[in-house]
Design a binder for this molecule. Sequence first.
Ligand code: ZN
Length: 210
Amino acid sequence: MNHWLETSKRNLVPLSQAESFTEALTEWSFTGLVLDYEDDEIECELCEHPDLSHHFEIRNTQNDNRLLVGSSCILKFSEINIRDTQGRDITDSEERKIYLEDALQKKLIETMLEPLRKLWLKDKERRDEIALKAKHLKSGSGISPQELLFLFQRMDALQIQYTPSRYKVSLRSYQEQGELSLMSKAHLRKIKPALSISQLKNHARLFEEI
Ligand SMILES: [Zn+2]
């Protein structure tokens, strides 16, 4: 038996009713809860694989025990149940993968929107501006560098915690690229975590020494 399988067995069986590993796995279901750790690296409580940035919660339906695991473990151990919102079992491996990816995407959007809701409540005079930008971000399209800087600065000013890397910058248009090239080093530094690897690569010159 390989190390990964052995570790998973050692962690799961004592928390389950059944004594055989395969049978024990069938007692577990994904709860829908996803935890986002940003840049911290955490471990899968099932196989003990390190370097995860997200946890997916699974629950034993017999005794309510819970484990925080990586999505790859849920996908590798297909006996772990995934049920859709109607309670239907998702058994197709591709569908299972998509379902977990969707759950993660929803969580990431939530991580991004939650601070903006707080900002909207506090920053009464700028509500329209904030709501419009939040709407763009929620739809998956990024906002311009200046727009993002505005949100970050308002959240800083009102001491609202947020995770910069969860926001998306759009650099498709000339105007957006122009905004970026006119930014001061301090402002570039502020929005840098929101840029993707390819955006940073395309604008590497601006980010030298930042
Ligand atoms: Zn794992």
